[in-house]
Write a protein that binds this ligand. Structure first.
Ligand code: SF4
Length: 330
């Protein structure tokens, strides 16, 4: 089977799968407090449908899978799906992004299902600011979940920290220290225009270079990691003293679209060639109308063929995607 290459020559082998649009916290830059209109259960792909889609995508060269949400651990029996995907020949890597609130409850089952790579979303180590950002009081549960996963042998464990300016500056260094003490990489994510309430503007983006300067000043020298995979979204640095590192997903100040290798499947079965895509293709209807594997494969190819060069955040043309982040998945 020909690999999934778009019209810009980019090879696509990384599939992100959102398994729910629901979440158990309410980060102000993602979901409104009174969020509703979640997809009803019948509209959500079943595990069997997801597994079939992954099997077809793997046949086209996809080998990296990331499970996302909303909050994926809200999906009942998620370890069952992870075990199914892990059993598909050709899947080389499976990871999950979670807010960590339910991690303690499911850690052992996830581990037994074969999951090892985790990204836990945590913007601050300050309980009050955690409450302010997430509008929930679950800070302790997140920390407990991280510590349990470390003890169970998950790895690499990374922390995804969304960096909103004039809010989390005082968290940048403490998070890095937390990571250095635990062998956890902190991934600082520049705030992106994906919120459902239109809160975003460029003045609220804490930039990678500003965070790097803080870390260098307050912790010590940082060096860029040599020979990084140009297709990976994060730019990685190591502390010169050899203790740990940090990464930056600088979508706004240093877009990395030219090497993008990702496509996304939403919980309600739509395929998106980009986080910011303004169009998507309906896999669910195709599958439920009895499509063959080849028809599903052709839809995936068509989606990649239609892929644009990249997001247009830094241009006048930028239009926010019609779906908010929680209905796309990270
Ligand atoms: S913004 Fe879109 S094209 Fe750019 S890296 Fe992200 S998913 Fe890829």
């Amino acid at each position: 089977m020909a690999p999934l290459v778009d019209t810009f020559g980019r090879l696509h082998d990384n599939l992100r799968i959102s398994v729910t649009d629901r979440c158990n916290i309410r980060c102000f830059y993602c979901m409104p407090e009174d969020a509703k209109n979640f997809q009803p259960k019948p509209e959500i792909l079943t595990f069997e449908e997801v597994e079939r889609f992954v099997r077809v995508a793997v046949g086209l060269g996809v080998n990296k899978i990331r499970i996302t949400g909303g909050e994926p651990l809200l999906r009942k029996d998620l370890p069952v799906l992870i075990a199914k995907i892990n059993a598909i020949e050709g899947v080389r890597d499976i990871a999950m992004t979670t807010n960590g609130v339910l991690l303690s409850q499911h850690a052992q089952a996830l581990y037994d299902a074969g999951l090892r790579r985790l990204n836990v979303h945590l913007d601050t180590l300050d309980r009050e600011r955690f409450r302010q950002i997430t509008r929930r009081d679950d800070f302790d549960r997140v920390i407990e979940g991280i510590e349990l996963c470390r003890s169970l042998g998950f790895g690499p464990i990374k922390i995804n920290a969304v960096a909103v300016k004039d809010l989390v500056e005082q968290d940048i260094v403490p998070l890095a220290r937390f990571g250095r003490e635990r062998g956890i990489e902190i991934r600082y994510i520049e705030f992106m225009p994906l919120d459902s309430q239109g809160l975003w503007d460029k003045s609220k983006v804490l930039l990678m270079d500003d965070m790097l300067a803080m870390l260098r000043e307050q912790i010590g020298p940082l060096e860029a990691v040599p020979d990084q995979d140009p297709r990976a979204p994060a730019t990685e640095f190591r502390f010169a003293d050899g203790i740990g590192g940090v990464g930056f997903i600088a979508s706004v100040s240093k877009p990395f679209c030219l090497n993008c290798n990702r496509i996304r499947l939403t919980a309600d079965g739509h395929l998106r060639y980009c986080l910011f895509a303004l169009e998507e293709m309906n896999v669910k209807t195709l599958i439920r109308n009895g499509a063959s594997d080849e028809e599903i494969a052709e839809l995936i190819r068509a989606n990649v063929r239609a892929k644009w060069l990249g997001h247009e955040i830094n241009t006048q043309k930028f239009v926010p995607p019609p779906r908010p982040m929680y209905a796309i998945g990270g």
